[in-house]
Design a protein around this ligand. Structure first.
Ligand code: PMP
Length: 353
């Protein structure tokens, strides 16, 4: 058998893994624990029944973009949508990264920023956060001055730490960055402020968002960014034609009719998250106060890997971050339904006592 060698720069690359184990309580991928409202299902089914499957979808996703633009009070030309915010990030990096260019991340943060940048052939400079995982502006200055990154990533709330980036930090990074600043707000609705308010035509700043979390539509694979229209026009040249299928365009457009339901889900998740954190206060573990729908924690009495395995034996799956750089012994739990959270807390208590 002849195996064809991959590109030299990809040889050492590891794939992005999120192990799926068959368990009763799955709290490992930061999805919404509940489905979209019944009225959304009805509206979607009705529009789907009239869909012209023999035709290509609207290539510009005009109605979807208009609905997203209306949600954020921006012009549709400032919105770019794709198959999950991962594809938004990939399109950004295909457009602005690539060989001979440098992108900057501040670790630990969402692994796909660096991973996709490497896939484009770009050099990744991983700046360090402080020991408590807050952003170190001195380090940002060092990275920007030494490496002149074409794209600088922030993530707020940050995955996997859950920390919200204060507005002053984002503004400071925008002042220091010489290239584009990307603020990944996949969990943006959980935070008390959004960098969306800083978007304008003159500023090289984009904010990425997703339908996978608060909109309860991880199965649809839909995400978007808001940014200057000149940048969106460049992305439109890079993305494949007809990348957003017709059903997905309908699904996303209709989801935005149910903002109140989405906000009610966010409130419930926030109160459940606070309940989990209060329970953590009484357990043998350290955690990082979260502004998202997940909490990063570090058991004190058992190793992270051991704890993860013992939780799986109780049919509870959390994310094992314990072998990730800078996250020794850490696990990340997604906030689920009250029943799922009870099952998780009960199991964790058993496992750590
Ligand atoms: N950004 C962050 C910070 C995430 O945590 C995720 C999902 N794990 C994504 C982007 C990608 O989300 P999606 O592709 O489902 O929109």
């Amino acid at each position: 058998m002849v195996r064809i060698a991959v590109r030299d720069d990809l040889k050492a690359l590891e794939g992005y893994h999120s192990p799926q184990v068959s368990v009763r309580v799955r709290l490992n991928t930061n999805e919404s624990p509940t489905a979209p409202p019944a009225a959304w299902h009805d509206a979607f089914a009705s529009e789907l029944s009239r869909l012209e499957w023999h035709r290509y979808p609207d290539r510009a996703a005009t109605e979807l973009r208009a609905a997203i633009a209306a949600l954020h009070g921006v012009d549709p030309s400032q919105v770019f949508a794709a198959n999950g915010s991962n594809e938004v990030l990939q399109t950004l990096l295909l457009t602005y990264a690539g060989p001979g260019r440098t992108i900057a991340t501040f670790e630990p943060t969402y692994q796909l920023h660096a991973h996709i940048a490497r896939l484009t052939g770009a050099t990744v400079v991983e700046g360090e956060r402080r020991g408590d995982f807050t952003l170190d502006l001195g380090e940002v200055r060092r990275v920007c001055e030494s490496f002149d990154p074409v794209v600088t990533f922030l993530c707020s709330p940050n995955n996997p730490t859950g920390l919200v980036e204060p507005e002053a930090n984002v503004r400071a990074v925008m002042d220091m960055a010489t290239g584009l600043v990307v603020v990944d707000e996949a969990y943006g609705q959980f935070a008390d402020w959004s960098a969306l308010d800083l978007i304008d035509e003159e500023t090289p700043l984009v904010v990425t968002r997703t339908f996978s979390k608060t909109w309860s539509m991880a199965g649809a694979r839909l995400g978007y960014l808001v940014g200057p229209s000149w940048l969106v026009a460049e992305l439109d040249k890079v993305i494949l034609p007809y990348h957003l299928d017709a059903a997905k365009q309908i699904a996303g457009r209709l989801a935005l009719r149910f903002v109140d339901d989405m906000e009610a889900r966010v409130q419930l998740i926030v109160s459940e998250r606070d309940r989990i954190q209060s329970a953590f206060d009484n357990m043998a573990l350290h955690y990082w106060p979260s502004g998202a729908n997940f909490v990063l924690f570090r058991p004190r009495t058992r190793s992270g890997r051991d704890t993860w395995q013992a939780l799986v034996e109780h049919s509870v799956l959390v994310r094992d971050c314990s072998s990730w750089p800078r996250l020794e012994n850490c696990l990340r739990v997604t906030v689920g339904t009250p029943e799922e959270n009870n099952a998780f807390l009960y199991a964790l208590q058993e496992v750590l006592s």
